[in-house]
Write a protein that binds this ligand. Structure first.
Ligand code: CIR
Length: 255
């Protein structure tokens, strides 16, 4: 069960966020409204939500998932691979919030790069995508830190997706949503895989929170598959975040 969630209100320069999508620029006011709805949905699952103030100089700073890994034992502040995002990990209010919740806060160091959107937690084990943003040195540092606390990790090679969790979502009870290159990856054979079709691939970025699953609006096939598994579904519109490659998991730290 998760008790806490940290989010950050989007920057008024969110339209300048890094993107590979060709869907236009996010509308700031709409993004703010969607963010409020996201916080309301999370609150419904019983977690306490810490809302950090916007950091206008960092267009992608609402995607807090990338700047820290929050485990049951420690928090690990990352070192983002995207240069425009690197300093997001050192923002004082985030460090302060992590120190409030954790006795142990660790840091990824140069030459390592990690964005925690590349890390999927399954119990005490962590799958770490070796992506354009997370390098081998970063992955090795992360695994060494996890092992120090009795946790474990392994790296997963990836080629197509931005982050590991762009195409994977662990819904607990061995259920794993898989899209694109992860549908056939050998690392995930032991899970009950729920394959997401290409036309709804963005919908694979769901989050499990205390028995609920938050699903992005506009992905009816994904929604039905999750409902059929018996989860309580909350649909949340993320259209403005999708325009800059972001989704439901990217917008929060859950622990
Ligand atoms: C980026 O490219 O870094 C942002 N525009 C999107 C980050 C999405 N984060 C995530 O998948 N964890």
């Amino acid at each position: 069960m998760f008790k806490n969630v940290i989010v950050r209100v989007p920057s008024k320069h969110i339209s300048e966020g890094i993107t590979s999508a060709h869907e236009g620029k996010p509308d700031y006011k709409k993004a703010l409204q969607q963010h409020e709805n996201y916080v309301s949905a999370l609150t419904k699952t019983g977690v306490n939500v810490t809302v950090l103030a916007p950091e206008d100089d960092f267009p992608d700073s609402c995607f807090v998932e990338d700047v820290a890994l929050c485990t049951s034992k420690c928090a690990i502040v990352t070192r983002p691979g995207a240069l425009s995002r690197r300093k997001e990990a050192a923002l004082p209010d985030m460090i302060e919030a992590l120190n409030k919740f954790y006795d142990h806060v660790e840091y990824i160091e140069d030459p390592g790069t990690v964005e925690a959107g590349d890390i999927m937690m399954v119990g005490d084990h962590f799958y770490i995508g070796h992506s354009a943003r997370t390098n081998e040195a970063g992955g090795k540092q992360m695994i060494a830190i996890l092992e120090k606390y009795g946790l474990s990790g392994q790296m997963v090679e990836m080629k197509e997706m931005l982050h590991l969790k762009t195409g994977l979502a662990y819904l607990e009870n061995n259920n794993l949503l898989t899209a694109g290159e992860f549908k056939t990856a050998p690392e995930f054979e032991k899970f009950n895989k729920i394959g997401i079709e290409m036309d709804e691939a963005y919908g694979a970025n769901c989050i499990w929170v205390n028995g609920y699953v938050l699903v992005p609006a506009g992905y009816p096939k994904v929604q039905k598959k999750i409902e059929d598994l018996g989860y309580k579904v909350i649909v949340v519109d993320t259209s403005e975040y999708r325009k800059i490659d972001g989704g439901l998991s990217c917008l929060s730290l859950r622990f």
